[in-house]
Write a protein that binds this ligand. Structure first.
Ligand SMILES: [Zn+2]
Length: 87
């Protein structure tokens, strides 16, 4: 399993520090990253999908529409293309 997520985060922070010499750049990380406990495990990036959801009441009328999200882990590393899991 590759180490692209960690390496890329460090590379981005190094670049931000170089570009912002008159500021303090602290810690940082990808916002869509999660720990996988299946397959090879480890850190993985993911994509979110947002959709409209309208529940149907018992009387058949539509309820209040809300937005819902589902997350989908990347099967391949988005940086080097190495397969993360065959799931
Ligand atoms: Zn990679």
């Amino acid at each position: 399993m590759c180490d692209c997520i960690n390496k890329t985060e460090l590379a981005i922070l190094d670049k931000m520090k170089l570009d912002n010499k008159y500021a303090v750049v602290g810690e940082g990380q990808f916002s869509h990253k999660g720990m996988s406990f299946s397959g090879n495990g480890g850190w993985r990036t993911y994509q979110e999908f947002e959709y409209e959801f309208t529940p149907i009441k018992k009387n058949g009328e539509p309820g209040r529409q809300i937005k819902k999200r589902v997350s989908m882990y990347h099967t391949y590393c988005p940086f080097c293309g190495e397969i993360i899991s065959a799931e």
